[in-house]
Design a binder for this molecule. Structure first.
Ligand SMILES: *Cc1c(COP(=O)(O)O)cnc(C)c1O
Length: 357
């Protein structure tokens, strides 16, 4: 039986896509081979990479002077790739709004001066600093942000307007809202939250910014090299790209990012409205910057939280345990979580509240 899976990542995928992949698993596009067996140089497979790229371009309206590449190593590898490709003056700004933002900032310090110009750790990352009031460093190579903070459940509603190129880790909210790509120098995203299985990371980068990676940059981390080779410099994460392609086709068929955003906003509103009106559950994030992808909540008692998680699991609502840094519960309600899944969660929460008064 399929459950409603609220995992933060790897996470739920559209059922239609899983079924399609299953159907094609032994014989991919009439080749008589599985997509996991075919050479990445085979024309039939190369067509998948090209289609995935063009779907990313179309769905996010990516300008032509931007590279769109598929790489490995997760978003965490991009924490290093960002300075290795961009840190020419040796100075960058970081806004630290959560655990991944902090890791990116720490990785930046290996390669140069990484200034922490914003930090919301004073209130356990329950808000996003006012981006208009930060002291951006004159001449910085870039400003790094994390658009959605997966663990703490916050998101930027307004992005910084800065002179330096804006670099965003969008791992947990890409394709959940429309963005103006031209406002960013670089966007990167691990796929296993809102797009595909683990194994592939997408980098969208303005080509004029990536022409001269630092001398010490490993070849595999040079975005320019990956771009010039159409993401086929070496063996790509073939299956993950194939799955990403199917999910992107599915997203397009559902009306694209704008249509998906309406559903995502609706799901998040249902859940937060219920939490705000309940006597038992609390979400501590500042309302103006609540994530529409990850909603953490607590009952106020660690014992009751544990009981909630165990009973929810028995009811077919799984992976609701909060991150170890936050505790409590977290419902990740990515694009692939149907509205019915959120409604089922709310019904369960109501019942649990009544039973545990
Ligand atoms: C999950 C996540 C990461 C880490 O991704 P990996 O693929 O495990 O390296 C980085 N940033 C954000 C915002 C995330 O949600």
């Amino acid at each position: 039986m399929r459950v409603y899976n609220f995992s933060a990542g790897p996470s739920t995928l559209p059922l239609e896509v899983l079924e399609e992949a299953q159907k094609d698993f032994l014989d991919f596009a009439g080749t008589g081979m599985s997509v996991t067996e075919i050479s990445h140089r085979d024309k039939t497979y190369e067509a998948v990479v090209r289609e995935a790229e063009s779907l990313v371009r179309e769905l996010l309206n990516v300008p032509d002077d931007y590279a769109v590449i598929f790489v490995q190593g997760g978003a965490s590898t991009q924490f290093a790739a960002v300075p290795l490709n961009l840190m020419h003056a040796g100075v960058a700004d970081y806004i630290v709004t959560g655990n991944f933002a902090k890791k990116a900032w720490q990785e930046g310090q290996i390669y140069g001066t990484a200034n922490k110009i914003g930090d919301s750790s004073d209130k356990t990352y329950t808000y996003i600093p006012d981006v208009d009031k930060l002291n951006y460093t004159e001449g910085a190579d870039y400003v790094h942000i994390t658009s959605n903070n997966t663990i703490f459940g916050t998101r930027y509603v307004k992005f910084p307007e800065c002179k330096a190129p804006l670099v965003a880790d969008m791992s947990s909210d890409i394709f959940s809202r429309e963005i103006d790509v031209s406002r960013f120098g670089v966007i990167y995203t691990g796929a296993q939250k809102n797009l595909a299985p683990a194994g592939v990371t997408i980098v969208i980068a303005k080509r004029s910014l990536i022409q001269e990676p630092l001398k010490i940059c490993p070849t595999m981390l040079k975005w320019k090299v990956q771009d010039e080779n159409g993401s086929l410099y070496n063996t790509p994460p073939a299956f993950a790209i194939y799955m990403a392609c199917l999910v992107l086709r599915n997203l397009k068929a559902k009306g694209g990012v704008k249509a998906m955003n309406e559903v995502d906003e609706y799901k998040a509103k249902l859940l937060y409205d219920f939490i705000d009106n309940s006597a038992l559950y609390k979400n501590y994030v500042e309302k103006s910057c609540r994530s529409i992808m990850n909603a953490p909540f607590v009952t106020g008692s660690a014992e009751l939280d544990a009981k909630f998680i165990a009973e929810a699991k028995k009811a077919g609502l799984v992976s609701l345990k909060g991150h170890r840094l936050v505790g409590g519960m977290r419902a990740s309600i990515y694009n692939a979580m149907p509205v019915e899944g959120v409604k089922a969660l709310i019904e369960f929460m109501k019942k649990f509240e009544t039973e545990n008064k």
